[in-house]
Design a protein around this ligand. Structure first.
Ligand SMILES: Nc1ncnc2c1ncn2[C@@H]1O[C@H](COP(=O)(O)OP(=O)(O)OP(=O)(O)O)[C@@H](O)[C@H]1O
Length: 366
């Protein structure tokens, strides 16, 4: 365990009967870190959080909090305070009483409770609603009351399970910055389960990507986005074009794959890259790094493949152009409107899609 680890999962497995919901997890959460856990439905995110909260006991392995095993310790009897944010607000208490509630349960005196609750209402900019009933609040206001109620006890860890899922898009974005600032200011460790890539990637210091009870990758948003470790991660993020084939050559820092779209190469920055000739691998290239031209571009160290346009989509300042390779694979490019201004974007138009060897990333099949 490293010195700044607040939580460690050591060989943690969770079974429900014969079903394995979480397979051997080994990872650490640093003190003060904002960690997001993502993955498709049913991959074990909530189960992982519930084990951390003490709501489920691991079937195998050890979970440590500040060095001490907590496998069988209920949440309330731990030295390190941890709160579960998704508990519903009490409808029979008003806003400030909801926020005071946890302090009351901890035996904090009336005047002190009120003072601390008021501070948190102010911090969350909900002072004006102090006397209102919960039913008289909007979704975003309720969410802020719930956060104030969780944070007023100054926990060391806050566990959040899809806290923004019920909010509309604009409010979600606002709440993301509220949450991120709050986490930064308080230094409280946040463990945040979400389906939303934009939430995870905009707020978290590190992201865990899970699939079928297993950690596929854990890293900073940048690392995961640029260098997905597995094909699953690249597919799941949906921001790369992926070409799968067999390794045809791997020398001089260049790896070449034979794919149905043609021979494609990439510069492998890691000299010990584990590319083995004959093995199945994928080349991933971000859709923002894939370019489009009418004619095959000249230049060294470029991959170019013939494609035909099959659709386009405009969202805000960027456009996504959908294309099909000669072997029928769909790929995508994402660019600003200016970057595409000189191209005849019409369904059926033939183009060359191209990108630099340096923008390719190798994913070996495991
Ligand atoms: N108490 C339980 N008994 C049996 N199976 C369970 C139990 N709790 C969870 N599971 C199963 O374990 C798997 C992981 O569930 P979990 O709730 O952790 O997934 P999740 O990643 O949070 O999914 P979602 O994103 O849909 O909330 C699922 O297949 C689920 O059906």
């Amino acid at each position: 365990m490293t010195n700044d680890a607040l939580v460690t999962f050591e060989g943690v497995v969770k079974r429900f009967g014969s079903f394995v919901a979480v397979q051997r997890m080994d990872f650490e959460i640093a003190k003060g870190e904002f960690l997001a856990i993502m993955g498709s439905s049913g991959c074990g995110k909530t189960t992982t959080l519930r084990m951390l909260a003490g709501l489920e006991a691991p079937s195998e392995g050890v979970i440590r909090l500040a060095g001490k095993p907590i496998n069988d310790l209920p949440t309330w009897s731990r030295d390190t305070p941890m709160v579960w944010q998704s508990l519903a607000l009490f409808p029979f208490l008003n806003v400030i009483e909801n926020v005071e509630f946890a302090l009351k349960m901890r035996g904090v005196g009336k005047a002190e409770r009120r003072r601390r609750a008021e501070q948190w209402l102010e911090r969350m900019q909900i002072t004006e609603f102090a006397g209102r009933n919960i039913s008289q609040l909007s979704g975003g206001q309720r969410q802020r009351v719930a956060l104030a109620r969780s944070l007023v006890v100054e926990p060391e860890i806050l566990l959040l399970d899809e806290p923004l899922s019920a909010l509309d898009a604009a409010l979600k974005v606002r709440m993301q910055s509220v949450l991120k600032n709050l986490q930064r200011e308080t230094g409280i460790t946040f463990v945040y389960v979400t389906h939303s890539q934009s939430e995870a990637f905009s707020m978290a210091d590190r992201v865990v990507i899970m699939s079928r009870g297993k950690i596929e990758q854990i890293g900073t948003p940048q690392e995961i986005y640029r260098t997905p470790r597995t094909r699953f991660v690249a597919d799941f993020l949906g921001s790369s074009n992926i070409f799968t084939g067999k390794v045809a050559a791997a020398e001089g820092g260049i790896v070449t794959l034979n794919t149905p779209a043609g021979a494609l190469s990439l510069a492998s920055p890691d000299p010990s890259a584990h590319a083995v000739v004959g093995q199945t691998a994928s080349l991933t290239v971000l859709d923002t790094k894939t370019n489009l031209a009418l004619r095959s571009p000249s230049g060294r160290d470029l991959n170019a493949i013939p494609v035909r346009m099959i659709g386009e989509e405009f969202i805000g300042a960027t456009a996504t152009v959908y294309l099909e390779t000669r072997d029928g694979q769909e790929i995508r490019i994402q660019k600003s409107h200016e970057e595409l201004a000189n191209l005849p974007l019409q369904i059926g138009q033939e183009f060359e899609a191209y990108w630099s060897y340096d923008d390719g990333h190798l994913v070996m099949e495991h």
